[in-house]
Design a protein around this ligand. Structure first.
Ligand SMILES: C[S@@+](CC[C@H](N)C(=O)[O-])C[C@H]1O[C@@H](n2cnc3c(N)ncnc32)[C@H](O)[C@@H]1O
Length: 288
């Protein structure tokens, strides 16, 4: 995987006006996603030529006069299943010469049965040129669709009515990592998960609100102290809310020292593979 810092230093100028990343969404409800790709930062990224979106109606590839894309499941049972030949035709058209883009370098089937989508996957996908997102409806796709895709992704352990909301989430999470899409390149490097930890808490005006004050460290003007306070807060939050992330975080000796003061044992730090805390130098007494 390309390190986040390296990605962040890429040029923000689209090469030959080609978008850095194209999302092709194959769906039975393209209009559900239209406003999503036209508003806010995803819309701005498209206006700047950084991202492109193609909303493809699977019904256009039904291959029959009733535009029927689904059929009842073999073996019986409730619901309808989306046909594999319909998906294959839609994907072929996407890769065909004259389609306006290169063939997708990722074809992703959105399904609750896939591996869970996370920040690491978003970072990996942000380095692609063309991602096709396959949104199901009804009982989902014919199982043979799996042979047409490069990976499956799930949004979590729940079942939605369709894959469109999942496609929107993937476009949001991946799109914001593409260089130039969000204003401050540094900001996503501190986001929850990017550094391996949850993000630290943020405050803005007013300094005092209903008896709750902004922590004095943030008002000190001492940048090193602010950085350390933020890192300690991120460590504390992660320890409290998502300790499962700590073994994978890039911990420093100072982080280990902070975790010890938060009550983590030296044995636990070792289990997580954290480096030992810095040795505290004892001041020499006169005559020693
Ligand atoms: C009603 S669901 C089908 C669920 C399927 N019968 C199952 O239990 O795995 C219809 C479509 O919604 C999408 N979907 C639902 N939940 C999802 C999730 N957690 N992650 C990603 N896609 C999801 C998928 O594209 C799926 O094909």
């Amino acid at each position: 995987m390309e390190p986040a810092k390296q990605r962040a230093s890429r040029s923000t100028e689209p090469v030959n006006n080609a978008p850095q990343l194209t999302f092709s969404v194959l769906t039975l409800f393209p209009e559900l996603l239209r406003p999503f790709t036209e508003e806010a930062l995803l819309g701005k990224a498209r206006d700047k030529g950084l991202l492109a979106y193609r909303l493809i109606d699977l019904r256009s590839y039904a291959g029959n006069k009733h535009n029927k894309v689904d059929d009842s499941p073999y073996g019986g049972g409730a619901g309808m299943v989306i046909r594999v030949d319909v998906v294959a035709r839609a994907l072929e058209a996407l890769s065909a010469e004259g389609s306006g883009t290169d063939a997708p370098d990722e074809v992703i089937l959105l399904t609750p049965a896939g591996p869970r989508f996370d920040q690491r996957t978003a970072e990996e996908l942000a380095g692609k040129r063309h991602i096709a997102l396959l949104c199901g409806r009804y009982e989902g796709f014919d199982a043979r669709t799996e042979s047409l895709v490069t990976r499956e992704l799930s949004l979590g352990d729940f079942v939605m009515m369709g894959g469109e909301a999942a496609a929107a989430c993937v476009m949001e999470a991946v799109g914001r990592l593409v260089s130039g899409v969000i204003g401050d390149e540094a900001s996503h490097l501190q986001d929850s998960f990017s550094s391996g930890l949850l993000d630290y808490p943020e405050y803005t005006r007013p300094v005092s609100w209903q008896g709750e004050d902004v922590p004095p460290e943030l008002l000190s003007g001492n940048h090193a102290a602010i950085e350390r306070w933020r890192r300690d807060q991120a460590l504390g939050r992660t320890l409290e809310r998502r300790p499962d992330l700590l073994p994978h975080a890039n911990l420093t000796p100072l982080d280990s020292a902070a975790l010890l003061t938060l009550g983590v044992s030296a044995e636990q730090l070792e289990v997580w593979g954290a480096p030992p805390p810095p040795k505290v130098k004892r001041k020499r007494k006169r005559g020693e």
